[in-house]
Design a binder for this molecule. Structure first.
Ligand SMILES: O=C(CO)[C@H](O)[C@H](O)COP(=O)(O)O
Length: 235
């Protein structure tokens, strides 16, 4: 599996050109991309990156990838990031690693988002992977109630749980928020659910990435597949 992730990362690296400003994703697949990018930088490639998490910042620094922020620059050429699920419209569930908020900000600031994954992430319909919803701890009971109402309006339902870290404490995101993971099973209309969740005041962001991915690089036993999104970015 790790080999497949690295192959997908290597294929995405072929899209990187000298002088590009890059969004650097989070997770085990994105980490391969950062490592391979570091090798190219050591060989003379001139790029600058914006990390989507403190973990990726540390990896990029270790690999010698020059970094900046979206305060210093306001636009990126390509973001390369992993995903937890990818559907045929290239809608995604992201946030398994807890970095969904920065990942979405960085992807939205990019001309192109290339998703890299092993082909186990390719699904006909999103929802088997628990949907991460980043929330403000204040008023969580009321926010959960509003989320349940949004689920019902969109024809989905399922258990919700506040994410815990390995040490048993509540997982806190890089932005200081909590994550509620929702076991929905099948999300028939991810765009409607995304809109409904975004309208809830206590929801900071959710892991549905709709219309953001430009292409997906999927590595499997039979080789690499590159799937291009048909609609323009944002649609
Ligand atoms: O969204 C993410 C982190 O917030 C990751 O991209 C996603 O969880 C996939 O991770 P991995 O490459 O380790 O399978």
């Amino acid at each position: 599996m790790d080999q497949l992730k690295r192959q997908a990362a290597a294929r995405a690296l072929e899209e990187v050109r000298d002088g590009m400003q890059l969004g650097l994703g989070t997770g085990s697949t994105a980490k391969h991309f950062v490592e391979l990018l570091g090798e190219r930088v050591a060989a003379g490639l001139k790029v600058i990156g914006v990390p989507t998490s403190e973990a990726t910042r540390a990896d990029a620094e270790r690999c010698g990838v020059p970094l900046t922020t979206l305060d210093e620059i306001d636009h990126l050429d390509i973001t390369v990031d992993g995903a937890d699920e990818i559907d045929p419209e290239l809608n995604l569930i992201k946030g398994g690693g807890g970095a969904l908020l920065r990942e979405k900000i960085v992807a939205a600031a990019s001309d192109r988002m290339i998703v890299i994954a092993d082909d186990s992430k390719w699904v006909p319909t999103l929802g088997k992977f628990p949907l991460p919803i980043e929330v403000i701890p204040f008023g969580l009971g009321a926010t959960r109630h509003a989320i349940e109402k949004a689920f019902a309006a969109c024809g989905v339902s399922g258990q919700m749980a506040v994410r815990k870290a390995k040490d048993g404490h509540v997982f806190v995101t890089d932005g200081g928020h909590w994550i509620v993971d929702a076991q929905l099973g099948r999300i028939a209309d991810p765009a409607s659910l995304a809109r409904a969740l975004s309208a809830i005041p206590g929801v900071v962001e959710h892991g549905l990435f709709i219309g953001l991915a430009s292409s997906a690089v999927l590595a499997g036993g039979e080789g690499i597949r590159v799937i291009e999104r048909r609609k323009p970015k944002g649609d």
